[in-house]
Write a protein that binds this ligand. Structure first.
Ligand SMILES: [Zn+2]
Length: 242
């Protein structure tokens, strides 16, 4: 019954591949088989020293608590590649279902990796409340919730707050991005204390795309200011623009 209904729905309103726009077959979800096959996966989750982790760690100065922070992304993001639609569809197109589908793929990689298998809390990069209200959702939170569910841990979306509005990072260079987000996030001491008391030891910061790492590093600093050596902090995103 469900199949015939979805066949009918496909006939009335054909679903299209997010990447190439081709009409999807009934068995395909969000991406056609060819685009899924050709997706430029990073496979960073299984590699400690990968380009994203190197970039992330280069922004952590004299980190006494953590010799090397882990970082992973699902696919290589390039603004001029049709694969950039994977995150644009979630962020600007309101395609939450597609975002969740990709996040589940990433969750599978994280769960299988010894670098991430002991993560016990997932924290999304927050949006300013006004932007969240306008968009109706926070794309990082959509991803984080799936990662938390997929790896069987909690999502702590109340830990970080964006305390001031920032311009879009898209048109800024590396230095501009850093200035734009400096001091933009605060961590809630009560939430972090409760997390530590309940045994959280490895926290995963989540965003949609990692470009210079400026946003995730600011979040890292906000959490690190309150949490001592008992907490490891890693990062995960869908796209890595490197
Ligand atoms: Zn396609």
């Amino acid at each position: 019954m469900k199949t015939s209904l979805s066949l009918l729905a496909d006939f009335v309103l054909p679903r299209r591949c997010v990447v190439c726009g081709r009409t999807l077959l009934p068995c395909e979800r969000h991406l056609c088989m060819l685009c899924l096959e050709d997706m430029p996966r990073t496979r960073f989750a299984g590699v400690r020293r990968n380009p994203m982790a190197e970039k992330f760690n280069s922004g952590i100065s004299c980190e006494e608590y953590e010799p090397y922070a882990c970082a992973a992304a699902l696919f290589h993001y390039s603004a001029d590649s049709p694969y950039s639609n994977l995150t644009k569809a979630l962020k600007y197109g309101g395609n939450l279902s597609e975002g969740r589908y990709l996040a589940l793929m990433l969750a599978g990689e994280l769960k299988a990796s010894p670098l991430f298998s002991d993560v016990d809390a997932v924290v999304p990069v927050p949006l300013h409340w006004l932007r969240r209200w306008k968009r109706g959702y926070n794309q990082a939170e959509v991803i984080a919730r799936v990662l938390a569910r997929g790896t069987g841990v909690r999502c702590e979306s109340g830990l970080l707050k964006r305390c001031r509005r920032t311009a879009s990072q898209t048109s800024l260079d590396a230095a501009g991005r850093q200035d734009n987000v400096r001091g933009a996030f605060v961590a809630d001491r009560k939430v972090i204390d409760a997390m530590l008391v309940s045994g959280v030891r490895h926290l995963l910061l989540v965003d949609d795309v990692f470009t210079t790492g400026a946003t995730l590093l600011e979040c890292y600093r906000a959490v690190r200011t309150l949490a001592g050596p008992g907490l490891r902090i890693s990062a995960a995103t869908l796209g890595f623009a490197g």
